[in-house]
Design a protein around this ligand. Structure first.
Ligand code: C5P
Length: 225
């Protein structure tokens, strides 16, 4: 696969519920860039592996499942075989399954080309855990978005309540802790800031402020005018 490395990529990595997805969407909208929600690919793999009854310890089968995925991404929805799975893959259970299978190198390798294929003109904003370190190491702007665990738990809690899903703040906090430590401590592509990443702490910042900071950085780097 040939990828045009002159097409700019902005990477936004960070822990669960740090607001990466909303920031990536806002930045992409402001710039007219494409978006890659890489976590969705891990979640789709988890959902499909469960549907197919694949043993979640079977790395070879999981990688084959990831390669065979054929999702359609529209502006706001994700379809698999014409089925709208947008809400299903957002469930905490699927997020945890995704995090449990994400350490397998063969599975990560199977998703690599698919992620890089999102790099299309005029540019891409990619969010995940290893966008700046592994998937797009040549990205001209890398952001590492953090927020303290209480701020992230509150945000996730509010999102769930707004969706009408019952939620328990303490359980969410514990869950975030467990997922962060699994994502940060795995051997392959752990959650980590790239050496050349700019860290933004969004604990006390609103979404628009974070988006504005990323856009300022993109201007300072000469990615956009
Ligand atoms: O970002 P999101 O919460 O949707 O990701 C779900 C899980 O997928 C993460 O907890 C992480 O284990 C995995 N993931 C990953 N690498 C990425 C994106 C997500 O390992 N680039």
């Amino acid at each position: 696969m040939t990828i045009d490395s002159t097409i700019p990529v902005l990477t936004i990595d960070g822990p669960t519920a740090s607001g990466k997805g909303s920031v990536a969407d806002g930045v992409a909208e402001a710039l007219g860039f494409h978006v890659l929600d890489s976590g969705a690919l891990y979640r789709l793999t988890a959902l499909d592996a469960e549907r197919l009854g694949i043993d979640l310890n079977d790395e070879v089968e999981l990688a084959a499942c990831a390669l065979a995925l054929d999702p359609t991404f529209t502006a706001s929805r994700i379809f698999m075989d014409a089925r709208d799975v947008t809400d299903e893959i957002r469930a905490e259970r699927i997020g945890n399954l995704a995090s449990a299978i994400a350490p397998f190198p063969a599975l990560r390798g199977a998703l690599l080309d698919r992620q890089r294929a999102f790099r299309r003109a005029p540019g891409l904003v990619a969010d995940g855990r290893d966008m700046g370190t592994i998937v797009f190491p040549d990205a001209p702007l890398k952001v590492f978005l953090v927020a303290d665990v209480d701020a992230r738990a509150e945000r996730r809690y509010r999102q769930l309540i707004e969706r009408g899903t019952p939620a328990d703040l303490d359980l969410i906090r514990q869950d975030l802790h467990a997922r962060d430590s699994r994502d940060a401590n795995r051997k392959v592509a752990p959650l980590a800031a790239a050496a050349d990443a700019v860290t933004i702490d969004s604990s006390t910042l609103g979404l628009e402020e974070v988006i504005a900071r990323v856009l300022d950085l993109a201007k300072a780097k000469g990615i956009v005018r």
